[in-house]
Design a protein. Structure first.
Length: 150
């Protein structure tokens, strides 16, 4: 945070510390979850201190590096919209199994799961998540190969 001479906060940054290394290919890394987290922290900071957060970062402790996370109004609004979309789906009972090789390989419940992708009842799509690697759809809508919406 930066303060003026009267100790009023003038700007703020959100920094989320992670006990990991920055991935070798940061543009190919899946930043969605961490981006949403920093974007929601940005919204909370605005609510608490009454100032817009200008920048957001993931700071990886193992290599002491920072990756900028978009926290502009549209990015924050999209993160909130994605969470609202998920909550509405849960409340409406619309949370199908969305099996994919990436998740199923390490899942503790794969022995009792059909491991098939079920469709959502709703046709409403959540907003895109703005990440350091660009805009991404939420993972539940990715094809098994990592592309497109299904």
């Amino acid at each position: 945070m930066c303060e003026d001479p009267e100790r009023k906060i003038t700007t703020a940054d959100v920094i989320d510390f992670k006990s990991m290394e920055t991935p070798e290919d940061a543009t190919a890394y899946d930043w969605r979850d961490m981006s949403i987290q920093v974007q929601l922290y940005s919204k909370a900071a605005k609510e608490v201190i009454g100032e817009n957060v200008e920048t957001g970062y993931i700071h990886t402790l193992k290599d002491n590096r920072r990756t900028a996370i978009p926290v502009d109004k549209q990015s924050v609004d999209n993160a909130i919209g994605a969470i609202e979309w998920a909550v509405h789906g849960i409340l409406d009972g619309d949370f199908p199994m969305r099996a994919c090789p990436h998740n199923c390989g390490s899942c503790d419940f794969k022995a009792m799961c059909a491991q098939k992708r079920q469709p959502f009842k709703s046709t409403v799509l959540p907003p895109q998540i703005n990440t350091p690697a660009g805009e991404k759809t939420i993972a539940a809508f990715e094809n098994d190969d990592g592309g497109g919406v299904k």
